[in-house]
Design a protein. Structure first.
Length: 498
């Protein structure tokens, strides 16, 4: 009928042309629902669901604990980079897991012999000061008190005072095996900040924080595990030493591991996937990066729970220019997603995302999630400090294949750790201030919902069904059509979020 064609006709197996997101456009369809009715729930991996299909990239100028916390609160997930020591990466993961808890099963505990200074140290390290006190300072021993900031604020000149002299002993507690709802009700009625959970012998077994009640109210889409803790991922490499890193991350409570490599189809990555599945069978593993079906087949056979697709398409990546290897992102996402779907393996489209429209295109071509770097690097939650250049507020952003990042340690990602001459596959630069993630993510997601409404799909799963049935149609765009589809014919203009 001249209303576009199915994706299968554009991405034919005998077509040697690679297409990017800008080369295609989705055809509109009938609207019979509102944007608030669009359900974007998706799978990050076989075993992890997210309310929103957004993932922050494991880059040292994008994702540390602050980014990961806020991505999870919004309904996505952050992947902590590994361009750091094992201890530093583990600390970032722990910060995310401790930020919001239901039952805190491993709370920090002190003894009556500890001092106010010990509480100060814990507050500086972890950011909280409400700490249960047991007989021997260990979980599982008899609860004798609790110390909060209100108990210690009045001793500015004597931080060596023992907790036995300042802790509160009039305790409100919850009994072991009570439900989270029952525990929350006790907190509301008692107006306490912390609720220790004890067994029949009055031994401490867990803790609940009042702050988490407020976070549950303010962030209904938050990504959480079975323990009501925020979901967080972490990246590792394929070196033997990464097995030690992996063990420490698992002990810290990481939910998903991303094996991070610019070219993921290697014997090293396959061996690491097999090691993880053998030693930690319940741990979710994402392999990559890949761009072909042949690469996907090998990693799926190795046991991955998700695939990361993209090679040389990021704004700071020069792999295709330097190495002449890679694939246009739209073609890569479509072909790998189609194959992976047959095996029940979700795909993350990694790279080339600079607008909500490109998020939509990645999802309509079969991806379950999109991974973003530059889109998030200029936010307040990204690592680093803002600076001004020519009157513009900027923040540093660099590719993990840049000489600067490789010097710090990321060269292992590009198989060049032991080489005397390192070939850069990325650049360092700066991105414009984007404000807070709390504002940016809702803006992006509203744009995605409008797109889904325009082509008549109420859910991401429905969009994928229509993609493979041929009911979702597309057109290729000429260079002139691409210019026409953007802002044009103006002397000047300003783009604003709202």
């Amino acid at each position: 009928m001249g209303d576009g064609v199915p994706a299968s006709k554009i991405f034919r197996e005998d077509n040697a042309t690679g297409y990017t997101y800008d080369d295609i456009i989705v055809m509109p369809d009938h609207i019979d629902f509102g944007t608030d009715d669009v359900d974007l729930e998706t799978h990050l991996t076989k075993g992890i669901k997210l309310k929103l299909p957004l993932v922050s990239s494991p880059m040292d100028t994008v994702t540390e604990s602050n980014m990961a916390i806020n991505m999870a609160l919004q309904g996505g997930i952050g992947i902590i980079h590994y361009n750091n020591s094992i201890e530093e990466q583990v600390q970032e993961v722990r910060a995310v897991k401790r930020f919001e808890n239901g039952f805190i099963n491993k709370p920090v505990v002190l003894s009556p012999q500890h001092t106010v200074a010990d509480v100060d140290d814990i507050k500086e390290k972890y950011g909280f000061s409400g700490i249960p006190v047991t007989v021997d300072g260990k979980l599982g021993s008899k609860l004798v008190g609790i110390v909060t900031s209100r108990d210690i604020d009045f001793f500015p000149d004597n931080r060596c005072k023992p907790l036995s002299e300042v802790m509160s002993t009039g305790l409100v507690v919850g009994k072991e095996h009570l439900s989270l709802a029952e525990a929350n009700q006790i907190l509301r009625e008692s107006k306490k900040g912390k609720l220790p959970i004890v067994n029949d012998k009055f031994e401490l077994v867990a803790l609940i924080s009042r702050n988490d009640l407020q976070k549950n109210r303010d962030y209904p889409l938050a990504s959480k595990d079975a323990n009501k803790q925020l979901l967080v991922g972490a990246a590792i490499g394929t070196r033997p030493s990464d097995k030690e890193r992996l063990a420490e991350l698992v002990a810290a409570g990481v939910n998903v591991i991303v094996i991070d490599s610019s070219q993921g189809d290697s014997t090293f990555q396959i061996a690491m996937v097999q090691h993880i599945k053998r030693e930690y069978p319940d741990l979710q593993v994402i392999g990559g990066n890949i761009v072909t079906v042949r690469q996907a087949r090998r990693l799926i056979e190795a046991g991955v729970d998700g695939l990361k697709v993209g090679m040389g398409v990021g704004s700071i990546c020069t792999t295709q220019e330097v190495c002449a290897v890679g694939r246009a992102q739209a073609s890569a996402v479509y072909h790998v997603s189609k194959f992976a779907r047959e095996h029940g393996v979700p795909v993350i489209a990694d790279g080339g995302i600079s607008s909500s429209g490109q998020i939509i295109k990645a999802l309509t071509l079969g991806a379950s999630c999109v991974m973003m770097g530059s889109m998030l690097a200029g936010t307040e939650e990204a690592p680093g400090q803002f600076f001004f250049q020519d009157g513009v507020r900027l923040k540093k952003y660099r590719g993990m294949g840049s000489i600067e990042a490789m010097t710090k340690g990321s060269s292992v990602r590009y198989f060049s750790e032991a080489q005397n001459i390192r070939v850069a596959q990325g650049v360092s630069g700066a991105v414009i201030d984007k404000g807070s993630l709390k504002r940016l993510v809702p803006y992006m997601i509203q744009g995605v919902r409008h797109g889904f409404q325009d082509f008549g799909c109420k859910s991401l799963e429905l969009a994928h069904q229509r993609l493979y049935s041929g009911d979702l149609t597309f057109e290729l765009r000429s260079p002139a059509a691409q210019r026409e589809g953007g802002v044009h014919s103006l002397h000047s203009y300003e783009k604003r979020l709202s």
